[in-house]
Design a binder for this molecule. Structure first.
Ligand code: LLP
Length: 394
């Protein structure tokens, strides 16, 4: 199964290949197109690879209502990082007991709302946050279900902007803080219930030495804490499993998933715990494309620019991380051109691809950017007062 392929020179998308040409008739500007069947397929693959592990979809990757509903129906819970995401989750099929709440900056109002709703778990990222949660729970005369997000200080070899498990990062709490955390939890045992430990080491993880090292560090910590807190029964391994943007090799991704699952299940086998994971990218990245129209072909003595009507305002990943996304002409052409594919934004960092060979296109033709189902629309903005892109679901 390939997500993007040319059939009779027409670019088709999804497991039951849909020619993307049909979306150009009503084209009113750049549009993200999502394929729900492939998201359901990926969810099934992950659920089978991680039997008994509860999957909480990290909605920051893609919070389109229909994507959320499809995953909720498939049985997923959801990992959120703001009051806005909690609201979106509730509106789209997730009950409060399927919501896990992460993030370093939870405000008083957000915590209050989360406790009021009785969501499943707040993943706590600092001592002052735990203190704040305890005070709010006391005021509300309730007991807050918390998991401690620990930062094991390991390197997962990813882009520095999306690594989160190093001591340099703002995420999670260092293990040296445990005595203070335990003291606070014990002092406030009427208002805080320690349910779990969690970790999330970063995103786009393609090898698992750091992941394994982190799990091994936390197994004895979990077992030790269980002696003091018998209610502790959740171990959350975070998200972060990567995809092959350059090759789109789905078979290799299945192998990657198997290797990831084998490591986690093997290392955590000794634990008396319910396991949780928070994947985002792996579930949705390949299931979205961005359709955009060529405005100009600009040729200089130095190179050729294909200027399209979408830019870093709609897909930030190439500009922000130097991320690779493949670029396809809607119509395959035997004739090729080597180009920079760029947007309309007034920044030289506004590019999708550099020195890339694509099928020859002309002004008014359409271009498709691949694998933008994760962290595409969800990071879009209105810089230069450009409109946001549209979204369509197949
Ligand atoms: N859990 C937590 C606490 C997270 O912060 C994240 C992602 C995830 C789970 C899901 O990670 P995933 O499975 O999607 O790797 N904008 C960046 C990615 C930022 C990820 C932020 N946190 C990108 O476009 O590559």
């Amino acid at each position: 199964m390939a997500y993007l392929q040319y059939i009779d020179q027409r670019l088709c998308f999804g497991p039951s290949p849909t020619p993307l040409q049909k979306f150009t008739a009503s084209y009113q500007g750049p549009v993200y197109i999502y394929d729900l069947a492939s998201i359901r397929h990926r969810y099934g693959q992950m659920a089978r690879a991680l039997p008994g592990v509860d999957i909480y979809y990290a909605m920051k990757a893609n919070s389109h209502p229909e994507v959320l509903r499809a995953l909720a129906q498939a049985g997923a819970g959801v990992d959120v990082v703001s009051g806005g995401e909690i609201k979106r989750a509730l509106e789209n099929g997730f009950s409060p007991d399927k919501i896990v709440y992460s993030g370093v900056g939870k405000t008083r109002q957000e915590i209050q709302a989360a406790l009021d709703l009785r969501i499943a778990q707040l993943n706590v990222e600092s001592l002052p946050e735990l203190q704040r949660i305890s005070e709010i729970a006391r005021e509300m005369a309730c007991k807050a279900p918390v998991a401690l997000r620990l930062n094991p200080d390991v390197d997962i070899q990813t882009h520095p902007y999306i690594a989160t498990g190093l001591k340099d990062n703002k995420f999670g709490m260092e293990l040296a803080l445990l005595p203070e955390l335990v003291e606070l939890l014990q002092k406030n045992q009427n208002f805080l219930e320690l349910k779990g430990l969690s970790l999330h080491l970063g995103s786009q993880m393609m090898e698992f030495a750091g992941f394994a090292e982190a799990l091994k560090k936390l197994v004895p910590v979990f077992q030790d804490l269980q002696k003091t807190f018998p209610g502790l029964d959740v171990f959350d391994i975070g998200g972060g499993l990567g995809v092959f943007y350059e090759t789109q090799d789905l078979k290799k991704e299945e192998e990657l998933l198997q290797a990831y699952a084998a490591q986690a299940l093997e290392i955590l086998k000794p634990l008396q715990a319910r396991l949780q994971t928070e994947p985002g990218r792996w579930l949705v990245a390949h299931s979205g494309v961005l359709l955009s129209q060529v405005q100009y072909i600009k040729t200089t003595t130095h190179k050729t620019f294909v200027i399209i009507d979408s830019g870093m305002n709609h897909l930030l990943r190439p500009s922000l991380y130097g991320a690779f996304h493949s670029v396809w002409a809607l119509k395959e052409n035997a004739e090729k051109m080597k180009v920079d594919v760029v947007g309309p934004i007034c920044e030289s960092g506004d590019f999708f691809a550099k020195e890339r060979e694509i099928s020859r296109v002309h002004a008014d033709d359409f271009i498709v950017i691949a694998d933008v189902g994760a962290y595409g629309y969800s990071m879009a903005n209105r810089y230069n007062l450009q409109d946001l892109p549209q979204e369509i679901v197949i």
